[in-house]
Design a protein around this ligand. Structure first.
Ligand SMILES: [Zn+2]
Ligand SMILES: [Zn+2]
Length: 224
């Protein structure tokens, strides 16, 4: 931990996002209460937990990405960790979220050439004051021992809140672009915080495929 980190711990010790006990970002009891999706057990296409052989979440839907994983469900206490991290800028939760993502992506070890993040829109960056997805993608890259690359930019403002499934997909067309002068690796893993309909990750995937990626898989911390 660096000097600033030590100071932050003294002034305001990190607390469990679930129950508020100081000392850990999520205490063992709250961690075991979190609705996590065991790696390798979710729907191969959309990452949803499977209750039987066919996934009701993605039936009849098409995605540009070939496969998806989600670390858990967006329910307390995991939803609380995500909110504290994203909306209260409590960056000490990045390591925990990164660790959960790494575990979810472990079955893909050896597959990607690089990991990138869904870039935040300029509006969300201004509201939050930091890029919340890049640290998560960097954790996954480190865990899978492949490069973290900044491949994408948010090409235009595309707020997804309040939109339905089809509207979200249409809204994401052209929302992302590959950064100028960047060469896109063949196998790319894209990381985001929350998987709602998959439209955002689908939009990011379409930009990467158009720029030369051969296969894109996606990972999100939590499934809404
Ligand atoms: Zn707790
Ligand atoms: Zn599915």
């Amino acid at each position: 931990m660096d000097v600033l980190g030590v100071l932050a711990e003294i002034l305001s010790p990190v607390r469990c996002a679930g129950c508020g006990v100081p000392g850990d970002t999520l205490c063992p009891a709250c961690l075991s209460a979190a609705h996590l999706i065991q790696p390798g057990t979710g729907c191969q296409r959309c990452g949803a937990p499977l209750t039987n052989a066919t996934c009701r979440e993605c039936a009849g839907r098409t995605f540009a990405f070939s496969s998806a994983v989600c670390a858990g469900m967006l329910e307390p206490p995991l939803s609380r960790v995500v909110t504290l991290y994203k909306d209260a800028a409590e960056r000490r939760y990045a390591a925990l979220l990164g660790k959960l993502l790494c575990a979810a992506c472990d079955p893909w070890r050896g597959w990607p050439d690089a990991v990138c993040a869904v870039p935040p829109s300029a509006r969300s960056l201004a509201r939050r004051g930091f890029d919340h997805t890049a640290p998560l993608a960097a954790h996954v890259a480190h865990g899978l021992d492949v490069p973290y690359e900044r491949l994408l930019v948010a090409a235009r403002r595309a707020d997804q809140r309040g939109l339905g499934r089809d509207e979200r997909r249409a809204n994401m067309t052209g929302a992302f672009a590959v950064r100028p002068l960047v060469s896109v690796p063949a196998m790319v893993l894209v990381v985001d915080d929350v998987f709602t309909t998959g439209a955002t990750l689908d939009g990011a995937t379409r930009a990467l495929l158009a720029a030369g990626a051969l296969e894109v898989r996606v990972a999100a911390v939590a499934r809404a």
